[in-house]
Write a protein that binds this ligand. Sequence first.
Ligand SMILES: [Zn+2]
Length: 285
Amino acid sequence: MQKDLFDRFLTRIFGEKSPESKKNPSHPFGKTRDGQNNGDLAKTISLNGRTIAYTLRRSSRRSIGFLVNETGLRVTAPKRSSLYSIENAIMDKQKWILSKLDFYHFNHSSETVPIEWTNGALLPFLGDKLSLQIINGTTGKTFFNIENGKLLIYHPDSGKPFDSPLKNWLVQQAGAILAKRLELQAERMNIPFGAFSLSNARTRWGSCTARRHIRLNWRLVHCDISLIDYVAIHELAHCLEMNHSQRFWNIVATYYPDYKHARKQLHLQSPTLFSLFDKRENQAD
Ligand SMILES: [Zn+2]
């Protein structure tokens, strides 16, 4: 019998220290407050009745350039162009921009079809996928066990939905795992934090207050440990720099050299991960 996956998870959670370094292109994070980087400005413009968010970057180039990728629209403009001329250039290019944005949005939305939590459904957990196996329990209580890549769910009544026990179980795992990763990173960075709690924010992975109260989104439990570490390091760095200045990113890069890659990964996974338990919550409300 293969070594229990859970042991492997535990080794990764409690054993793994620092993320590896890889070279990757820069990608702004997008809609959240983490969208600003290196003096980029977050802007919006109305195109064809739609409000389009974009990043404005100033450069020494002589003309206005456009880039659309999975993180959205970026406009690069000469340092002295007025906002008026930039907006005009965007409008001239709007057909191309909207079709490109639709292309990427299409790719995202195809992933956000809500998952039915039934036998065989795949639950993202620490960057792996656990296949759900529901077993008619006899104890009258729902409980969970990870075994060989499966999440065994002993459930008293197979007819009853178990979405909320499943979510509660995930939140419980998140509480232990995220606290441990935050502690490890705080130790590495030698930055004490005031308090830790889980958040259930809709669009943000983490936050840090002036009193060093760090909140990490429980949904990070779906992500690879390296991404959990990135968010922990990001928020710990905010204990020293409450902004996204170059000084802030330098601190992040010291402890997480490949942070641009992590930001991109989180951005790509956000639409899917934030929608996993959403529909059911709304129905329950
Ligand atoms: Zn931040």
